[in-house]
Design a protein around this ligand. Structure first.
Ligand code: FES
Length: 182
């Protein structure tokens, strides 16, 4: 009787080992899946307390100052990538660059300060014109000449580095008289 029981126990051992091994692999897989799914969810709850990826506002808008027209504003569009947690978004932005001597540059945010429309340079009037509600701006100062815009164009910091032009791009609140970063 004892012999029979012993031999029966021996014959089930490889099956038990296999089941145990499969159970351990399955448990490990479930743990990895839980981590992969759970980490972003947990991060979304605590992300305000985690360091956020830094968005560099400096954008190269011209490779060579020698190629920029003097006395005529030029619009430069660029795509800016921003990382928010694990989501990357891309935005099309633009600036107007202006120089009177090819040495010192002015840059204006490409959005009208009224409601954010893109404005153009009117060659005949020699100033900026926003077609949305007929806003007019001075090219040299960005000041409002006519129309509903509540403040001058938003001037941005400019730096020339090794002949290339960089602009510190920022957006500001629209439709208000004070310049407040958006
Ligand atoms: S958006 Fe430019 S004048 Fe209204």
């Amino acid at each position: 009787m004892d012999e029979h029981l012993d031999s029966g126990a021996d014959s089930t051992r490889p099956q038990d080992d296999r089941r145990g091994f499969l159970a351990r692999v399955s448990a490990a897989g479930a743990a990895v899946s839980a981590l992969l799914v759970g980490f972003p969810v947990i991060r979304s709850f605590v992300s305000p307390t985690l360091p956020q990826p830094k968005v560099d506002g400096w954008v190269k808008v011209a490779d060579d100052i020698a190629l920029i027209d003097v006395g005529v504003p030029v619009r430069v569009n660029f795509v800016q990538a921003q990382q928010d947690a694990w989501v990357e978004s891309r935005t099309l932005n633009g600036v107007w660059l202006y120089t009177e001597d090819g040495d010192k540059f002015k840059a204006y945010n490409g959005h009208c300060t009224h409601l954010g429309c893109s404005y153009v340079y009117d060659k005949d009037l020699k100033h900026f014109y926003c077609p949305c509600h007929r806003g007019h701006f001075d090219v040299r100062s960005g000041e409002v000449l006519a129309g509903p815009p509540p403040r001058a164009l938003d001037e941005l910091q400019v730096e020339v580095r090794d002949s290339a032009v960089f602009v510190n791009y920022k957006d500001y609140r629209l439709g208000v008289s004070d310049r407040i970063e958006a």
